[in-house]
Ligand binder design. Structure first.
Ligand code: ADP
Ligand code: ZN
Length: 432
């Protein structure tokens, strides 16, 4: 089993914890001395750097969240001089005003290192040709993965997002073996290639996909793998933590998070106490090595679970299990929590529809209504009776997963807007 940094990746968990303790103690002093924001936050919370003697004291530290980055926009939480910042990025602003993040050269190196480890874990080597179809620019996806791929020593093809036909032509002509993009964009690439008379499975050398930046399901993984003949791996990150950072290993059982760089906690959002291993809670992250914008107990806004057992691949670092969705992606319909990922999970089971969908919420008087628009594929028969049967089968399956009736509406293929980055899955027309 190849590793990028075997001595770190397979380190005894006890030694890792000790390393985390030492880094945490240093970090707390670092942010307190360098950032007026952190000094004020610690003082208000009544905690001094000396109070933190090991990782067991983590609960004594105050939380931070996205709102803090917005309140101190653009760089009030930074811990280095502007001249030590070698690059800025900004979040995509899915949930409000974008936030600015910054990096020192060491921060960029650690980010690329995290991805080189993850790419190696996903079976990539310097012999691979990696197409980076995440957007380049302020979004962290493109440049992040780009430097990870270069660190690995692979050949990088920086297509960025968009211009889908050219993406497919280059993939074929340059013998691309791996691609990084959102799972929704890759689903679109498969379709678009077919329309060009190219089968990704038979006519290209693609063998690995690294997909993330948005929630996706296990059933979409199966569908993608079957249709394109590749192995599809999940990747997670957020701009505040650096960008895309953690990738699954070949076991495909969760993304290895690197404990020498990050300290993950999964907390009960009501009590702020840790949940038992394996249970879903709110993801809270402390960055152990970042210099420009270190984060202390940052509430990422995602619901997640961790598996801390040693992985079959031999890596001892915990695995972040597939994310259900960010807490603010969730919509409440007639008092029931609905994640777009649940709808995707159902739709992917039906070969008669494509994985592109749109949830439309309306309000009729006091009552919420939920409609799911889906596109038919050519696998459906043209008998009207079969349409009705399919519609009611999907509605039935949705009901059993969501505990809620949602009407299914079929629309013509290609009608649902395709996204080159993160897909937009909900149109909420309700007025409150
Ligand atoms: P923004 O917060 O503006 O969308 P980011 O690009 O930093 O900007 O998005 C990070 C968020 O994207 C994460 O907090 C998470 O909700 C989502 N995300 C990223 N990767 C994944 C993944 N593999 N699975 C599920 N959600 C993901
Ligand atoms: Zn593993």
């Amino acid at each position: 089993m190849p590793y990028w940094k075997p001595e770190i990746e397979t380190m005894d968990p006890k030694d890792l914890r000790q390393m985390q303790s030492e880094k945490l103690v240093k970090l707390v002093k670092y942010v307190y001395d360098r950032s007026p924001f952190y000094k004020k936050r610690f003082d208000e919370f009544g905690v001094k750097p000396e109070d933190i003697k090991s990782i067991d004291d983590i609960g004594k530290l105050p939380f931070t969240k996205k709102q803090d980055l917005r309140d101190t926009y653009p760089n009030g939480m930074f811990c280095v001089k502007n001249t030590d910042v070698v690059r800025y990025h900004a979040s995509s602003g899915t949930t409000g005003k974008p936030t600015v993040v910054g990096y020192t050269q060491n921060d960029l190196d650690a980010w690329a290192e995290s991805l080189a480890r993850g790419m190696t874990a996903a079976g990539l080597t310097q012999d691979d040709i990696i197409q980076v179809s995440y957007g380049y620019g302020l979004f962290t996806g493109g440049l992040g993965v780009h430097y990870g791929s270069e660190k690995l020593g692979a050949t990088t093809l920086p297509t960025s997002s968009g211009n889908t036909e050219r993406q497919i032509t280059l993939m074929k002509d340059l013998d691309v073996t791996a691609i990084c993009c959102t799972p929704s964009y890759f689903s679109y690439l498969i379709e678009a290639a077919e329309q060009m008379g190219c089968s990704i499975k038979n006519d290209t050398k693609l063998r690995v996909g690294i997909f993330g930046a948005e929630p996706w399901s296990e059933s979409l993984r199966k569908r993608i793998e079957e249709r394109s003949g590749i192995k599809a791996y999940d990747v997670f990150g957020t701009s505040e933590l650096s960008g895309p950072l953690f990738i699954e290993c070949e076991m495909q059982e969760g993304m290895h998070i690197w404990s020498d760089m990050f300290l993950f906690e999964i907390l009960d959002p009501e009590t702020n106490e840790p949940v038992p291993d394996g249970e879903v809670g709110e993801l809270v992250v402390t960055t152990l090595v970042k210099e420009a914008l270190p984060l202390i107990r940052y509430r990422v806004g995602d619901l997640a679970s961790l598996d801390t057992s040693v992985c079959k691949c031999g890596r001892t670092h915990p695995r972040l299990m597939r994310l259900k969705g960010r807490s603010d992606d969730m919509v409440i319909v007639r008092g029931i929590n609905v994640f777009p990922g649940q709808v995707e999970y159902v739709l992917v089971k039906f070969p008669e529809v494509s994985p592109h969908f749109m949830i439309i919420l309306d309000r009729d008087g006091e009552m919420d209504s939920m409609k799911v628009q889906v596109e038919l594929t050519d696998m459906v028969s043209d008998k009207l009776d079969d349409y009705y049967k399919l519609k009611s089968r999907i509605e039935h399956e949705l009901k059993s997963i969501l505990n809620l009736y949602a009407e299914v509406e079929f629309v013509a293929p290609g009608t649902i807007p395709r996204s080159e980055g993160k897909a937009k899955r909900v149109t909420d027309n309700r007025t409150f």
